[in-house]
Design a protein around this ligand. Structure first.
Ligand code: DQA
Length: 147
């Protein structure tokens, strides 16, 4: 069975009320529920995790290696632009991942154009709203299971 982990970085717990003009009105709970449904239709296992703390996100990525997670979908949120530690954790576990951003980070402030993750990622989805998560999970579901 395929094991997918979806990781949400800081402030994404506020989705639904946080800057709705940029991030929309759907809550994180609703996003996670949709992703769980998508995975269950394909008989895959999906876990989700959100934290505002860098150390917790690093620990969650490290744990993923022990849990034999096949694929990670991650929105590192503000840590995209700052976190060497989270980048190093993803490099260390060597689990393929897609970097997702709800907004188009390239159409916003200059500091959002820099990512510590994009060159390690299988791919990056930015600016497609919450559909980005669904597309990334669908991609992971369609991949053959790693041996
Ligand atoms: C974000 C974009 C980041 O620049 C920002 O810090 C976020 C959310 C997005 O999903 O568009 O918190 O990752």
């Amino acid at each position: 069975m395929k094991n997918i982990l979806v990781i949400h970085g800081p402030n994404l717990n506020l989705l639904g009320s946080r800057e709705p003009g940029i991030y929309g009105s759907v809550t994180l709970k609703e996003i996670n529920e949709e992703l769980l449904q998508l995975a269950s239709k394909k008989n895959a296992s999906l876990q989700h995790f959100q934290s505002n703390a860098e150390a917790e996100l690093v620990n969650r990525v490290q744990l993923a290696a022990q849990e034999k997670i096949d694929f990670i979908v991650i929105n590192p949120a503000a840590f995209t632009h700052t976190s060497v530690a989270l980048r190093d954790a993803l490099a260390a576990v060597d689990i393929p991942f897609i970097e997702v951003h709800i907004s188009n980070v390239f159409a916003r402030e200059a500091f959002r154009k820099e990512s510590y993750f994009s060159d390690l990622a299988v791919g990056v989805i930015s600016g497609l709203g919450i559909a980005g998560y669904q597309l990334a999970v669908q991609y992971a579901l369609d991949l053959p299971v790693r041996s």
